[in-house]
Unconditional design. Sequence first.
Length: 270
Amino acid sequence: MKFSIITPSYAQGTYIRENIESVLRQRWGDFEHIVVDGGSDDETVEILRNYPHLKWVSEKDEGQADALNKGLRMATGDIVGWINSDDYYTKGTLRKVAEAFADPAVQWVIGDISLFLEESGEFVALNSPVVSWGTLQRNPDIVRQQGAFFRRDFLVQGGAWNKEFFMVMDFDLWARLAKRSQPQMLREQLAVFRIQKSQKSGLANLRRQTAEMTRVLRRERADAVNILRLKAKKEGHWLKGTLKNLLIHTGLLDSRFLHKPLRGWEDDAR
């Protein structure tokens, strides 16, 4: 079983070495690691050149989904994984995933992940909820793409990633795929999702994320109640985050809380 691991990247030279090394540490015989960089002007390209096993390109693209599709066109493996340049796999991930795909009926696999809160150095293990179209429309925040792997043919037939989405190309993909086949849930820690200050999934893009999620839900004819619930929850998050930033700015709250997830995120992620 050959794995194709795709890493979209832009200006992530601080983290990409750890990402690459985590794939190498898998000690899996047949794999390729494809890095699609958006033309970074930091140390990224210099680091990539130090790893002759990589397939990589560094050029301007149309965003993360475009980079992922470019990587998919380069991929020759049976199984595709997507791990962003500031995230990384844990020990034995490819072996565990391969065991799950030994069943030919399994089209995609979703495992558990850990959050790494860079500001505090804290790790938080998260068990992925069972994923289906029903659970996705009730709570789109259960998407944890770091622990997801797909048969390449299934991914291609499902339409791969939609570059019209800036924030939720993962949720959009999962919604489409879940209607075709329910994933195999793997109760193993597969990857680490780094929470760091420069990532796009922060307060500044929260309302854009909400609008994109709503667009997917409406397209897929989700229950209107679920759409209203999502909007209310996200607006609550935006208000809490805005208040937190105001308190930090005025000195009423310690700045170490700036990049810490909002209270209640554990419940939202279940």
